[in-house]
Design a protein around this ligand. Structure first.
Ligand SMILES: O=c1ccn([C@H]2C[C@H](O)[C@@H](COP(=O)(O)OP(=O)(O)OP(=O)(O)O)O2)c(=O)[nH]1
Ligand SMILES: [Mg+2]
Length: 145
């Protein structure tokens, strides 16, 4: 468990803060803070009505809900979304409607889930050459041919 300060914004008044739906849930469900209609093929950054201060060394991932994906073709376009530890703006959920019908987001409806994760940062050292491997530069489906 990490402690994450959360600030409710004025338009988030009356909404539940992100919460775990069950004892073993990995993600905290997030509700929409606004009503919006996503046409087929449409995308929109849905307001959540809160901001967070993620501790240094962590991020918060914004992930889709499988029920919305399966039933309606609605997902987070940038999944997993990244909330940086130095971000203090409103958390938004970038929903995309990949389904065939318009999708109505209703204020208070659960639209995504938040998963805090530890972050490993790297220091890059520019090199003249890289060590050799059996794979080499092969990628993008190169194995098993
Ligand atoms: O699903 C998301 C993804 C991002 N963000 C916020 C928090 C994050 O810290 C900030 C920037 O996100 P990201 O780094 O993914 O976007 P960018 O296009 O690189 O923007 P920036 O130049 O502001 O970093 O936007 C969200 O609220 N929800
Ligand atoms: Mg960025």
């Amino acid at each position: 468990m990490i402690r994450v300060p959360v600030l409710r914004l004025p338009h988030g008044a009356g909404l539940p803060l992100p919460a775990y739906a069950t004892a073993g849930a990995a993600g905290m469900d997030v509700v929409a803070a606004e009503d919006v209609v996503l046409p087929p093929g449409g995308r929109y950054a849905v307001a959540t009505g809160f901001a967070v201060a993620v501790p240094e060394g962590y991020e918060v991932q914004v992930r889709p809900r499988s029920g919305l994906a399966l039933k309606h073709g609605v997902t987070c376009l940038n999944t997993p979304g990244t909330v940086d530890s130095d971000y203090r703006g409103e958390v938004k959920v970038i929903l995309a409607n990949l389904g065939q019908e318009p999708f109505h987001v209703t204020r208070g409806e659960r639209i995504a889930q938040l998963v805090p994760c530890p972050v490993t940062r790297a220091e890059l050292h520019e090199a003249d050459a890289l060590d050799g491997t059996a794979r080499g530069a092969g990628g993008f489906g190169s194995t098993g041919r």
